[in-house]
Design a protein around this ligand. Structure first.
Ligand code: ADP
Length: 276
């Protein structure tokens, strides 16, 4: 309500109250802007390795045509750029597939502890390469959640891969899984902890944005696409799960994911127990 200040109201002054009807378009505008940004970013990310490839092709066709040594070196770089483009396209397709299914809640019974174990085993080669030891703190079985096993593998894999890549200096990555019974409903928790450089507080809220990287130079050298945590966020949203980050720069980072436990399932129905 708007009142005229500073003087008494008199008859004929006009309406006592003014109602404003505002049609809120901010959310729609925001989505449109995000989409436009996304297309611009994706194109830019693909253009960078493409420009590099074109440059090397020209060099190989011209000045380096007869230089055996240079040719081998350039071909190796070109192969890596091509792989980088491949990874980007895979991640983009993946993200768009998850988004298309965003409204469908996956409902299979999945043993989350078994998921973490599978991921830990699969990442041993990457850990060796980075001289990191993977420590497992896992229950014999469970906790059991409702979800899509492949997508949950992807979530834990992205977090654990980051911990190994970016936290390598800490030499140890701890993968834990347990049931938290402190709330109204039991929750399944996975924690991925590293002892590397950590992440400054100002970067933490932005990590799940598409293409966001804290330190572009380091992240690029670590073969990242900047889409890993964005994929994690989308999968968790579809599962009604949550991701939180605890980190003190210099002391490492802990990514914690939280999902509701499934109500007591029949053991035979659980996906993941025997799947490795
Ligand atoms: P990327 O493909 O670059 O790894 P992500 O979306 O998975 O993309 O991660 C975004 C950025 O967050 C990374 O580039 C890195 O800068 C930072 N980050 C992720 N995990 C960690 C970690 N455990 N420690 C330090 N920085 C991290």
């Amino acid at each position: 309500p708007l009142r005229l200040p500073g003087r008494e109201r008199r008859v004929g002054d006009g309406p006592d109250f003014v109602f404003l009807m505002i049609h809120d378009q901010t959310e729609q505008k925001r989505t449109e802007t995000l989409r436009a940004d996304f297309v611009a970013n994706a194109s830019h990310e693909l253009r960078t390795p493409l420009a590099s490839l074109s440059g090397f092709i020209e060099t190989l066709q011209g000045p380096a045509r007869k230089d055996e040594v240079a040719r081998e070196r350039f071909l190796a770089i070109m192969a890596e750029q091509a792989r980088r483009m491949g990874r980007l396209i895979d991640d983009l397709l993946h993200l768009s597939r998850i988004e298309m299914r965003a409204h469908i809640r996956p409902s299979a019974l999945v043993d989350l502890g078994a998921v973490v174990r599978t991921v830990a085993d699969g990442l041993e080669p990457l850990a060796d390469e980075n001289e990191v030891v993977i420590v497992r703190e896992l229950p014999e079985s469970g906790p059991v959640v409702r979800g899509d096993r492949d997508e949950l593998v992807q979530v834990v894999e992205n977090l654990a891969e980051n911990a190994i890549k970016y936290g390598a200096a800490g030499k140890r990555v701890v993968l834990s899984c347990w049931t938290d019974r402190s709330g109204a409903q039991p929750a399944a928790i996975v924690s991925v902890r590293d002892f590397g450089p950590g992440i400054a507080p100002e970067h933490q809220p932005r990590l799940t944005e598409r293409f966001y990287r804290v330190d572009v130079a380091t992240s690029r050298s670590q073969r990242g696409t900047g889409l890993g945590l964005s994929i994690v966020k989308h999968i968790l949203a579809r599962h009604g799960g949550r991701l939180s980050i605890e980190s003190q720069p210099g002391k490492g980072a802990t990514f914690i994911l939280r999902l509701d436990c499934a109500e007591a399932p029949p053991p035979a129905a659980i996906d993941g127990e025997n799947a490795g």
